[in-house]
Design a protein around this ligand. Structure first.
Ligand SMILES: [Fe+2]
Length: 204
């Protein structure tokens, strides 16, 4: 049985070098919020409140539709990338920890390590064509843990996927196109209070 406490798995941030960037340390909407982002957040929070557990991921996904491809959804400050790693911008954090919303900016060549999440999530593509790749685990005759790619998908604006908490939903996301990509992520946890609780990261 493989568990997140095994020695080959490390807590976030692992080799994800960049912390989530928050414009302020206050709950609620962050500086730079556009009117459309405020509307999306209100719609999503209301939907999540009605759906406890993993049902909240589907509710967040449904709420994201209709907003995701709008070019005025994000302010320029939330589209800023980094040359060193993908950059995460905190957009919203609910005081009760029920929902955090972040934007991730992927410059060409930037990719996460293989990881799982500690909470439900919904991920939508706002700009560009990032890829998502799913993995499963296997153990050889020496009980060493390995990762095996199951499927790699090129995503497009408007695509939305959900993630389950735990290590049964292992994946990585990246940008192997020559253009910037931006994704919007909703998670069922308080990333302002504990930005290190997002992922379970594999060392290999
Ligand atoms: Fe992920």
């Amino acid at each position: 049985m493989i568990t997140p406490t095994d020695s080959n798995i490390t807590p976030f941030p692992g080799n994800m070098a960049e912390p989530i960037f928050a414009e302020s340390q206050a709950y609620g909407l962050q500086p730079g919020t556009t009117p459309l982002l405020a509307e999306l957040t209100e719609t999503m929070q209301s939907a999540v409140n009605k759906c406890p557990g993993f049902g909240a991921a589907a509710a967040a996904k449904a709420a994201m539709r209709g907003f995701l491809c709008e070019p005025v959804l994000l302010d320029l400050c939330h589209k800023e990338g980094s040359t060193t790693n993908f950059k995460r911008h905190l957009l919203y954090a609910a005081p009760d920890g029920s929902l955090s919303l972040i934007a991730i900016v992927w410059m060409p060549g930037q990719v996460t390590p293989v990881h799982g999440h500690t909470a439900w999530g919904a991920v939508g593509v706002h700009e560009g064509s990032p890829f998502g790749e799913n993995f499963d685990t296997w153990q050889n005759e020496h009980a060493a843990l390995g990762l095996r790619s199951k499927m790699k998908m090129l995503l497009k604006p408007g695509d939305i996927t959900t993630v389950r908490p735990g290590i049964d939903d292992l994946h990585r996301v990246g940008n192997d196109t020559p253009s910037r990509c931006i994704t919007i992520h909703a998670y069922g946890q308080d990333l302002l209070a504990n930005p290190t609780s997002l992922n379970i990261v594999f060392n290999n």
